[in-house]
Design a protein around this ligand. Structure first.
Ligand code: HEC
Ligand code: HEC
Length: 129
């Protein structure tokens, strides 16, 4: 026996329930932009911001390999300025990203990335202002 009056609403409720996890998350599942604490002293990175944001992982791996394997330690940037290829002394110096927690970690945590560099490299101490 078919009862159209019950089947159609039943189907609607059923579809609503099984698709609940999808529509419940609309909007909220979107990626939330992390709030980063930028360096206060040095305003310019070794390379332009957009470039470094996209390429820093590769750049740091290259720096590591060049420094450790080839003992090449001078990096000349796109503008011709040179820097010491050093994670702690250049990127994370007191003039730049000394605050790992509020810069590097904020973005890495938001994106579930966990570089293992600090298993060995020392994170600079936070100086309380
Ligand atoms: C705006 C976001 C963002 C910020 C800020 C950021 N990172 Fe990253 N970082 C990423 C992403 C995304 C990846 C992962 C890339 C991948 O897996 O391809 C990554 C990966 C890395 C890696 C991985 C390299 C490897 O081979 O495992 C290193 C090293 C790294 N970041 C260093 C840093 C340091 C140091 C800082 C702070 C000075 C920093 N990052 C700040 C987004 C960020
Ligand atoms: C197993 C320990 C270890 C890990 C993990 C490690 N490093 Fe190193 N790293 C070293 C040692 C040891 C040196 C040599 C120090 C020197 O000669 O100045 C070095 C040197 C470097 C240098 C050049 C010197 C400097 O002052 O920074 C860079 C750049 C570097 N590592 C980047 C990285 C990056 C990026 C990661 C993560 C993707 C990483 N390292 C992970 C041990 C490690």
């Amino acid at each position: 026996m078919y009862d159209g009056n019950k089947i159609i609403p039943g189907l609607v409720i059923f579809l609503g329930l099984i698709t609940f996890p999808f529509w419940y998350n609309i909007g909220s599942a979107a990626y939330e932009k992390p709030q980063l604490k930028l360096p206060e002293i040095e305003k310019e990175c070794v390379e332009p911001k957009d470039w470094i944001r996209a390429e820093h992982m590769q750049l740091l791996d290259d720096w590591r390999d060049l420094a450790v394997r080839d003992n090449t330690r001078l990096y000349v940037n796109q503008a011709g300025k040179s820097f010491d290829m050093s994670l702690s002394k250049t990127c994370m110096s007191s003039r730049c990203h000394a605050n790992k927690a509020e810069f590097c970690d904020r973005c890495h945590d938001a994106l579930a990335v966990s570089p293992y560099c600090w298993d060995c490299h020392v994170e600079p101490p936070i100086v309380e202002e």
